[in-house]
Design a protein around this ligand. Structure first.
Ligand code: AMP
Ligand code: MG
Length: 275
């Protein structure tokens, strides 16, 4: 892939710094993008064809692995990103793992047990729709385990991700940031549309009351686990067209950097006779 065809060098995310304040961060911003929505959508399509081509190589090469962790508040757009960004990509090489409330058998084990089983295999992209981060987010906000217990988990998570990277997995973590008003609009839209009632979860209304506690929990999770080898990308996600463009950019850059190659032929094609 030539340099010209790679996405722009501009940052399409919010940098992680000590003074990160999710309460005041503009969720309607569009860092790294200037122009009209239509042009973002066009660019997203170009990026999609690049992602499709890169993923075909990753799969054929069958050596490297990519883990994409997606986190957001309820209605933040995780499902939308998965649907839109990964459509067209060969489903054989992509797997989505969804982490819901742990089952009895999952709760009977340590919190990373169910997560480790879902990491990508060689040649695969695994997308985590929620992840081990729930164990320092929903668990922390709702005091599902004592404070001393979740506090230790940042260290475990850093170690777990470090191990994955050391063993050859590329890890990127994406936080889709919407604000509280946007969440209200999206929840209302779910109530207004009978085809979306199935997505409405009264639990979301309850969790919404803890918005500030969630922002604090996200902030600490991001700051404690943002590492060069397993970085967080904070994407302002009120605008769905921007969100999709930005996530697509990050994925194309990431896989391009992995530089997957089609394996060389193990035979001389000219010498093979197909009768
Ligand atoms: P959804 O993603 O809409 O299907 O919702 C899944 C729900 O499972 C969310 O409310 C999450 O917060 C919850 N959840 C995911 N992981 C955990 C966990 N480790 N402990 C408790 N709740 C969780
Ligand atoms: Mg939900």
């Amino acid at each position: 892939m030539t340099r010209e065809s790679l996405p722009g060098r501009r940052r399409c995310w919010v940098d992680v710094t000590e003074n990160l304040d999710l309460g005041t961060l503009d969720a309607g911003a569009t860092p790294g993008f200037r122009g009209e929505e239509a042009s973002a959508r066009e660019q997203t399509e170009v990026l999609r064809s690049q992602l499709v081509a890169l993923q075909a190589r990753l799969y054929a090469e069958s050596r490297q692995r990519l883990l994409v962790v997606l986190q957001a508040m309820d209605t933040g757009g995780k499902d939308g990103v998965i649907r839109k960004v990964f459509s067209g990509v060969n489903p054989q090489g992509v797997r989505v793992a969804r982490f819901e409330r742990p089952s009895v058998s999952e709760l009977a084990r340590d919190y990373l047990w169910r997560v480790h089983g879902q990491v990508p295999a060689a040649g695969e992209i695994a997308i985590f729709n929620r992840s081990h981060y729930e164990d320092v987010l929903v668990v922390r906000v709702n005091s599902l385990v004592p404070r001393a217990q979740w506090k230790r988990r940042y260290r475990h998570i850093r170690g777990f991700e470090r191990m994955l990277v050391d063993e050859g997995t590329t890890v990127v973590k994406i936080f889709l940031h919407i604000d509280r008003d946007e969440q209200a609009r999206r929840l209302q839209a779910r109530l207004d549309d009978p085809d979306r009632h199935w997505k409405f979860d009264p639990h979301d209304i309850e969790q919404r009351r803890h918005w500030d506690a969630y922002m604090a929990a996200f902030r600490e999770a991001i700051l404690q686990t943002h590492r060069p080898q397993a970085p967080w990308f904070i994407i302002p996600a009120n605008h769905k067209w921007y969100r999709d463009w930005a996530v697509m950019n990050i994925l194309v850059r990431t896989v391009a950097r992995m530089n997957p190659q089609f394996p060389a032929a193990t035979i001389d094609p000219a010498s093979v006779r197909i009768d």
